[in-house]
Write a protein that binds this ligand. Structure first.
Ligand SMILES: [Mg+2]
Length: 303
């Protein structure tokens, strides 16, 4: 092979490589979007290949012309895909979200009524008559005197505390509705009471069987949760949560100032699903899979 032929082969291979470099990038853009592709790099690269195209035209160099014309086209396509993907992130061809929002839902006092059990055991142990209304009106500190606080805090650690808890009114149907549009996760700071794991898991299996076990998260610090919404009765869990925290009203937090509060599951749906909540739950109440009528919204000092 003569020197000119070798030079020609090298030039052709080089042109194919530099021109085709954006082909795999285009496939990636179509599948994953272009978050990791810099606008400035693409823009500068596009200017560069366009100038090479002009250069080829000025000097009548066919190889330079076709190589940079194709490269310009590929870079332009990449740019359009990146722009388009960013504008419609999470949206499929029919306009529906393809990347579902994540909704994290606490257990105690949000879907599980541990207050009734807690106060029942506490009142039996101390001879007191503390009610949810008393806590709502006066706060937990005033309702539970210091001399009984240790008893109050110890009760959830006793065997059987989390067995057969009631279900917060409308929470089942609300989570079913949320699950139809979002990824719903049950996120309980169960590490605060490690012995509660089994009972909590059984309870979820019985009352929320539609939540897959892969979406049950027993954790410590809820900062680890990567969700768009966190529905919780403890505002401290919102401190480092990166999504939107919705404080679910319970007697112990009734007097607390909250950035975003939901007094019941109707209001949660109104916030998250942006639907008419009363209508939604009134229509669906008949199909609730448990006897929620006997359940109450209440509070607990834990989680
Ligand atoms: Mg809770």
């Amino acid at each position: 092979m003569s020197d000119p032929e070798i030079t020609g082969v090298v030039g052709t291979v080089a042109a194919i490589c530099t021109t085709g470099a954006f082909v795999p990038e285009i496939f990636k853009l179509r599948k994953q979007g272009g978050e990791d592709l810099s606008y400035s790099m693409v823009a500068v690269y596009l200017v560069g290949v366009l100038l090479w195209l002009v250069y080829g035209l000025m000097f009548h160099a066919p190889a330079v012309i076709w190589a940079n014309a194709v490269a310009s086209l590929l870079v332009a396509v990449s740019l359009v895909l990146k722009l388009t993907w960013k504008e419609s992130a999470g949206t499929g061809r029919n306009g529906r979200r393809t990347r579902r929002l994540r909704v994290a839902v606490d257990m105690d006092e949000v879907i599980a009524d541990s207050l009734t059990r807690h106060l029942s055991l506490y009142n039996r142990a101390t001879g007191q008559n503390v009610t949810p209304e008393l806590i709502r009106e006066n706060g937990l500190e005033a309702a539970i005197p210091a001399k009984h606080r240790e008893i109050f805090e110890r009760l959830p650690h006793e065997d059987g505390f989390f067995d057969d808890l009631g279900v917060i009114v409308h929470s089942q149907r609300a989570l079913q509705l949320l699950s139809s549009e979002f990824n719903v996760f049950i996120t309980s700071a169960a590490m605060e009471v490690p012995r509660s794991f089994d009972a909590k898991f059984r309870w979820l299996q019985e009352h929320f069987p539609f939540v897959p076990t892969s979406n049950i998260v027993f954790c410590g610090d809820k900062e680890i949760i990567d969700a768009d919404y966190l529905i919780d009765d403890r505002s401290r869990h919102f401190a480092r949560f990166r999504g939107t925290g919705i404080l679910f009203t319970a007697p112990h937090n009734a007097r607390e100032r909250a950035h975003l509060r939901a007094s019941n599951w109707d209001e949660v749906l109104a916030i998250v699903m942006k639907k008419q909540p009363a209508l939604t739950l009134q229509q669906s109440a008949k199909t609730d899979i448990n006897t929620e009528a006997q359940q109450v919204t209440s509070f607990s000092s834990i989680r």
